[in-house]
Design a protein. Structure first.
Lengths: 289, 290
C-alpha cells in the first residue's frame, strides 16, 4: 500500500517556503466560570522550517490544546504564537490540521473531500479535480475517488484526511494523534507513508501523540509535556538517520531514548486527577468554540 | 469494501461505529420469505373478514354499533363508481394543490428560519420566543381565526396545512443545524472556508438528515390538518368529499374517502423520502426508523 518510496527525499523541491513556528510563553485557559482551568502554562517552542517535531505527553496534558491554538481554533490567554513571524489569528489553510478521525465530509466523495481546499480558493473544477487525483494517487488510494468516507476503512480515511490537507500546500502540518484509532499494523504503514510524504513535500510537521514509539520513530525532535497545567519538561533530539525503518525501533539508541521518555512520563503523570479529554477545539465536556 | 462493520452516518449528525440494527440476515431463504408474505396476507384477509361480518350482521355491542357501517363489498362498489366520475379528479387535484402549496411554503420558511436559529445567536434570541409561544397551539385550533383572516377559504385551508407542517420542519432543522459536528466545522475553517461558504458547504449538508426527518413528519401532519380544514371550510377536496358523504348519508363513500386519504398521505410521504434519498446518496438512514 505504500505509494511513495521512502528514499525520494533527494528530489524534494528545494524551495524555502517558510514554516517556522514559534510559541512564546503561551498560556491557555479552557472552560468558563468556575470550571475554567489552565490547560497550558508558559509554553515556549520553536520549530524550524521543514522540521518534524513530536509533542509527547500523557492524556490531558494540553498537547492537543497547543495544536488547536496553532491551528487558530483556540486563543491564548497570554503569550505569542507566530508562523514565520506573523501572529496567528484564526484558522488558515497555511496551517493544515489533521484530527484523530471522522472529520472527512460524509456528504462528499473522496474526490470532493480532497479537492475541497482548492474549491475554497476558487480554483475551477477541472484543475482542482486533476490536482486532487494526484494527491489521492500520492496516498495510494487511486480507484476510490467516487467512494464516500463511510465506505472506507479507518486507515484509508486518514490517508484521505492527510491528502485533503496537503493539497493546500500548507507551510505547517498540525497532526492530532492522527493514527491513534488505527490498529498497530496499519499505524506502522501510515507512519512510513507520512515520512515519505514529508520527505517529498518538505513541510514542517508538528505531531501530537502519547505513543513513545511513534514519537521516536517519526520525529527529529521530541518535546515532552507534563500534566496539569501542561508545560514542556524535556526536549529530546532523535539523531537517527533517515529514511527510517520499523526495525530501528529495537536499536540500543532508540531503547535508551525510550527508557528516558518512560521515566519522564512516569514522573510527570499520576499525581494529578484525570481531566476531561482535551481536543484542539477545547475540552470535550465544556464544548468547542 | 462493503459498508458492513464500517462507521455509518446517522441522523444525530455523527459517525458512530456500530452494527446494523434490524437488518435482515443475509441469505434469508425463499421459503421463509414466502411464509412471511403468506402470514401478512392472511392477517389482512382476516381483518377484511371481521369487517365484513360486523357490517353484514349489523353487530351491536351496546357501546359501539356497526349497524350503519358499509361492508367491504359496498365500499368497493362505491370506489369503482367514483373512479369513473370526473368529480374524483377535481377532489384529488384540489387537495394535492393545497398540500403542495402549504407544504412547499412550510419547507421554505421552516428550513431557512431553522438554519438561522440553529447557527446564529441573534436569530435564536429574536425568533425563537414567538415561535415557541405559537408551537403548542394545534394547527386545527387555527381554523376559526384562519377563516376570519383570509378572504378566501382556499387561503385559510392552505394556511392550516402550512402551520401543520411548519413546526416539525422548523424544529428538526434547528436541531440538525445545532448538532453539526464541531470538528467538521473546524476542519472546514482550517481548509479555508469563509463564514457564508461554511453555511452552504457544511451546515446545510450536515443538517440535511435532520431536515429530511422533519419533512417526513411534516408531510404527515400536513395531510392531517388539510383533511380537517377541508371538512370545515372546503368546497372540493378529499376531506370535504368524506364529510359531504356523511351529511348526505352516502355511507360507503365515507370509507372510500378515508382510504383515499390514507393512500395519498402514504404516497406523499414516500415521495418525500425518495426525494431526500436522491439528494443524499451518501446518507444511509437507520433501518426501521420510519
Amino acid at each position: 500500500m505504500n505509494a511513495v518510496r521512502l528514499d525520494d527525499r533527494q528530489d524534494a523541491p528545494a524551495v524555502a517556503r517558510g514554516g517556522r513556528i514559534s510559541a512564546d510563553r503561551v498560556r491557555i485557559e479552557l472552560g468558563t466560570g468556575a470550571a475554567r482551568f489552565e490547560a497550558l502554562h508558559d509554553v515556549s517552542i520553536a520549530v524550524e522550517p521543514g522540521e518534524f517535531v513530536c509533542l509527547l505527553g500523557p492524556s490531558g496534558c494540553g498537547k492537543s490544546t497547543l495544536l488547536g491554538a496553532l491551528a487558530g481554533h483556540l486563543r491564548a490567554a497570554q503569550g505569542r504564537l507566530d508562523l514565520d513571524g506573523v501572529p496567528i489569528a484564526g484558522p488558515d489553510p497555511q496551517r493544515g490540521l489533521v484530527f484523530q478521525h471522522h472529520t472527512l465530509f460524509p456528504w462528499k466523495t473522496v474526490l470532493g473531500n480532497v479537492a475541497y481546499g482548492l474549491k475554497m480558493k476558487g480554483i475551477d473544477r477541472r484543475t482542482r479535480e486533476c490536482e486532487a487525483r494526484r494527491m489521492i494517487e500520492l496516498v495510494g488510494l487511486t480507484g476510490f475517488e467516487d467512494r464516500y468516507p463511510r465506505e472506507l476503512s479507518g486507515g484509508m480515511q486518514q490517508r484521505i484526511e492527510i491528502a485533503r490537507v496537503l493539497i493546500n500546500r500548507p507551510r505547517v502540518l498540525l497532526m492530532d494523534e492522527p493514527f491513534g484509532a488505527l490498529d498497530a499494523l496499519t499505524r506502522t504503514r501510515m507512519q512510513e507513508m507520512l515520512l515519505a510524504l514529508w520527505a517529498r513535500m518538505s513541510t514542517t510537521v508538528l505531531f501530537v501523540t502519547h505513543d513513545i514509539d511513534e514519537a521516536l520513530f517519526l520525529a527529529d525532535r521530541v518535546l515532552i509535556l507534563s500534566r496539569g497545567p501542561g508545560r514542556i519538561i524535556e526536549e529530546l533530539p532523535v539523531l537517527c538517520e533517515r529514511p527510517r525503518h520499523a526495525r530501528q525501533l529495537t536499536d540500543p539508541q532508540f531503547l535508551a531514548l525510550k527508557r528516558r521518555c518512560l521515566e519522564l512520563l512516569r514522573d510527570s503523570g499520576g499525581a494529578v486527577p484525570d481531566r476531561e479529554h482535551l481536543t484542539p477545539l477545547g475540552s470535550a465536556l465544556v464544548g468547542a468554540s | 469494501m462493503s459498508s458492513a462493520g464500517v462507521s455509518r452516518w446517522v441522523a444525530a449528525g455523527r459517525n458512530v461505529p456500530g452494527v446494523r440494527i434490524g437488518a435482515p440476515a443475509v441469505g434469508t431463504s425463499v421459503a421463509t420469505r414466502a411464509l412471511r408474505a403468506a402470514i401478512r396476507s392472511a392477517s389482512i384477509a382476516a381483518c377484511l373478514l371481521l369487517w365484513h361480518l360486523a357490517a353484514t350482521r349489523h353487530v351491536n355491542l351496546g357501546f359501539v354499533s356497526f349497524a350503519n357501517v358499509p361492508s367491504p363489498a359496498e365500499v368497493a362498489a362505491a370506489a369503482w363508481k367514483l373512479l369513473q366520475t370526473p368529480k374524483l379528479w377535481r377532489h384529488l387535484s384540489s387537495s394535492l394543490m393545497r398540500v403542495g402549496l402549504g407544504f412547499g411554503m412550510a419547507s421554505l420558511v421552516g428550513i431557512v428560519l431553522g438554519l438561522l436559529i440553529g447557527r446564529w445567536r441573534w436569530a435564536h434570541e429574536a425568533l425563537l420566543a414567538p415561535l415557541e409561544l405559537l408551537r403548542p397551539i394545534p394547527a386545527v385550533a387555527w381554523i376559526p381565526l384562519a377563516i376570519l383572516i383570509f378572504p378566501s377559504s382556499e387561503g385559510s385551508m392552505i394556511y392550516i396545512t402550512f402551520i401543520g407542517a411548519l413546526f416539525p420542519i422548523l424544529l428538526n432543522t434547528i436541531h440538525g443545524a445545532e448538532s453539526v459536528d464541531a470538528r467538521l466545522i473546524a476542519a472546514a475553517r482550517s481548509l479555508g472556508t469563509r463564514p457564508l461558504r461554511l453555511f452552504t458547504e457544511v451546515i446545510v449538508p450536515g443538517a440535511a438528515p435532520s431536515i429530511a426527518t422533519g419533512l417526513s413528519i411534516g408531510m404527515g401532519t400536513c395531510w392531517f390538518c388539510l383533511v380537517t380544514a377541508e371538512m370545515i371550510a372546503g368546497q372540493y377536496g378529499i376531506g370535504y368529499y368524506t364529510w359531504q358523504s356523511y351529511t348526505v348519508q352516502d355511507y360507503p363513500d365515507i370509507v372510500v374517502g378515508m382510504l383515499l386519504i390514507g393512500v395519498l398521505g402514504l404516497g406523499c410521504s414516500a415521495l418525500v423520502r425518495w426525494g431526500m434519498q436522491q439528494l443524499m446518496p451518501w446518507h444511509q438512514p437507520r433501518r426501521g426508523a420510519q
